[in-house]
Structure formats: structure tokens, C-alpha cells
Design a protein around this ligand. Sequence first.
Ligand SMILES: NC(=O)c1ccc[n+]([C@@H]2O[C@H](COP(=O)([O-])OP(=O)(O)OC[C@H]3O[C@@H](n4cnc5c(N)ncnc54)[C@H](OP(=O)(O)O)[C@@H]3O)[C@@H](O)[C@H]2O)c1
Length: 269
Amino acid sequence: MADTTPSLFEKKSFVVIAGASRGLGKSISAKLVEAFPRSSFFLFLARKKATLEAVASELMTSYPGVQIGSRTFDQGNLDQNIFDTLFVDVLKDYGLKVDDFEQSVIVHNCASVGDVSKYAWEMTEVTPVQKFFEINVTGMILLNSAFFKTFGQMKSRLIVNITSDNAKIPYPSMSVYCASKAARDIFFRVLVVEDPSIRVLSYSPGPCDTELLASVRDSCSSQELAGELKGFYSEGKVLSCDTSAEKMLAFLKKNTFKNAEYVEYYDPL
Ligand SMILES: NC(=O)c1ccc[n+]([C@@H]2O[C@H](COP(=O)([O-])OP(=O)(O)OC[C@H]3O[C@@H](n4cnc5c(N)ncnc54)[C@H](OP(=O)(O)O)[C@@H]3O)[C@@H](O)[C@H]2O)c1
């Protein structure tokens, strides 16, 4: 039978990657720059300007002609004006129009792991708990809505929600991180019930060799989890970011994943 699955990689796209400066986001950025038509535009977001610009510059050298913009953006800074103006300003600054594009794509890769030195009952202070959810949940929701306020009229819209097995498994020391990942997953499941024409891949990348995973291994309060992660490193079970990003790309290329349902690195294509 002929394959009738529509390709996500044939359309000229406006692609946003939140948390593009290092770790998994850097690898995802490289894979997507390679996969989308060269006429597409990429917007990289993170807090540190220099690392963000270094990633953009490296990719513009490897893929001559590709257009990449970068913006410093703190997902935990809940200033209404930032969300209202971010995408409008980028269009203006790069001389672009929404109508120039056939597809809008946003990758929600940015996340913080929170304070893994504390157990759930030790989450007693307002500010760190509030700040954590502002980055991982509230800021992500507002960024997503701001993006679709500007780019929502396109027929083809794709969201990649980088999730984690922490959304399903209650790892000790990781209460707020687990709660935030579960919150993001159900948010996108609601979104596709409300508008099933939006494609959402909720991709759990597996244990990847990043600062985030190393910080859990080195500072989590649970000796059991620390030991498990140390074992992952010593037994070579930690994935390179490129390997996991490649699998994410393969799921997108096949485009048969169930909308907004949890998909993980270890799943068959
Ligand atoms: N590594 C793993 O094993 C693993 C496993 C499962 C899921 N994940 C998920 O994969 C995603 C990427 O994780 P990672 O391991 O690559 O993490 P990472 O190495 O810590 O990178 C996080 C990225 O997000 C940006 N970022 C962090 N806080 C931000 C903020 N407040 N505002 C804007 N940008 C911010 C960082 O850049 P700046 O610091 O410059 O802002 C960086 O680009 C996360 O959603 C994580 O939950 C990772």
C-alpha cells in the first residue's frame, strides 16, 4: 500500500527551539537544520547569548545559506511584554512575514531539573518551588501560546514536547521535576483534544550525557538514584545527545506517532 503519511520536512518552516545552546537542544537544533528545507528560518532561544550564538554560527558554517536567529530568553521571566513581543519583533528584525512560511514548528526542550538535593516533604520555601514551575511549566505554556498567537493560522503546525520518563516514574529526589514533566504532557494532550489538527510529539529522550543528568547524579539526595545513574555511566547506558536527537528525528520523519502520546527513545519506530 502507498505511504500516505504527510511529510513534515517538505514545508518551508519557521522553527523555534527553546534551550538550543547546549545538551540535547544543541543536537536537536543540528538535526532539524539539516532536515528542514534550506529556505526555513530557525530561532534559537536560551539565556546565555554567547553559547547560543556559537551554536548558530557553527550551523551556519556547516549549512551555508541557512537562516538562524538567536534571542536571549529566560523562560522563567514571566513578563507579559516579553511573550507579547518576542515573535513579532523577530519577524520585524529579520524582515520576515508569517505568510512567508508553510509550517510553524516549536520544540519545547528548555527545562530545569530543580533542587534534587531535597525530598518532596522538604519543599518548604515559596520562591524556589514557584520559580521552578515558572520555568518548566508556566513559561513553557506562555511561550507556546505566544508562538501560536503569531503563527497559529498556518495549516501545518508541529510541537515537540521534550518529556522524560520522570513524567511517569516517581524517582526519589525528583518530585518537582517529575510533577512538571507530567504537567507538560497532560497540557499537550488537552491541546490536541481541543485542536487535533496540531501535531504534537511528546518525546522522552532517554538518559543523555548532559549537564542536567550529571547534576542529578552528583547532587541528588537519593543514594539509590545516584547509584543507579552512576551505573548507567559506567555501563555505557548513557546516550549521546546526537544519538537520541537522531531517533527523535526518525519519529518525526515517519510521522505515525499518536498525537501527544508519550513516545520514548527505546520505542520501536
Ligand atoms: N539529559 C537527560 O538525560 C534527559 C532525560 C530526559 C529528559 N530530558 C529533557 O531534555 C531537555 C534538555 O535537557 P538537557 O539534559 O539537554 O539539559 P541542559 O544540558 O541543562 O540544557 C538545558 C537547555 O535549556 C536552556 N535553559 C535552561 N534554563 C533556561 C531558562 N530558564 N530559560 C531559557 N532557557 C533555559 C539552557 O541554556 P541556558 O542555560 O543558556 O539558558 C540549555 O540550552 C529537558 O527538557 C530535559 O528535561 C533530559
